[in-house]
Design a protein around this ligand. Sequence first.
Ligand SMILES: C[S@@+](CC[C@H](N)C(=O)[O-])C[C@H]1O[C@@H](n2cnc3c(N)ncnc32)[C@H](O)[C@@H]1O
Length: 220
Amino acid sequence: MRTDLDRPAAIAAVARDLYRNASPAPRALQSLRPFICPFEALLPWVPERGRMLDIGCGAGLFLGLVAQARPQITAIGFDASRGAIAAAQQMALEHFGDERIDFRYSAVEEAWPARPFDAVSIVDVLHHIPVDGQRTVVEQALAHVAPGGVLIYKDMADRPLLKAGWNRLHDLVMARQWIRYRPIEEVRAWVEQAGGTVIHRAARSMGPYAHELLVVRQAT
Ligand SMILES: C[S@@+](CC[C@H](N)C(=O)[O-])C[C@H]1O[C@@H](n2cnc3c(N)ncnc32)[C@H](O)[C@@H]1O
């Protein structure tokens, strides 16, 4: 088990290794991502063992890090981008050939992998989901968590406005999408109304990016 994934630079070094044989775009993007996304704040909330689901996993970096840091976790990630899933599958095959991580091309609007999971994560995905579908996605994510397990939710903050605007520009360029921020207080209310308990809440800035994190314990 790796215990040194507590700094962006250490995580970036792992990312470079995980994607060293990927094509140039995913290799560059995944190596830079640890400097704008605080994976070191998410990893400590992943349990030592069990099953994990990562919703909107992208090229699979978070689960790649989890597989390194938590050898007793098996995981499934799904994403609506064929290119991202291809990069994730190549990474998993090269580094975790024992099928510990399974990546699937699928959208949140389709059938989800069979529950339950000891941990479910959703990292920087909600702002890409249409507003009228966001609550359902959060409720479904919590419903896939086993009793006593955790939901790890992170998204971009809608404040301060300058940082929210910068991230909006980032997504216009990178995802060609006009994103829809959801205030974290609303997400908190949804999970609490669905029976979850917020056990951790944090905000963090990384350069021009503002992040918010909720960790939710599923009822036993
Ligand atoms: C900012 S990326 C985050 C990727 C990954 N979670 C990470 O942190 O590296 C947002 C991801 O959400 C995915 N996504 C957007 N809409 C989706 C949907 N309807 N169903 C599943 N994935 C979706 C995108 O394809 C993209 O990979």
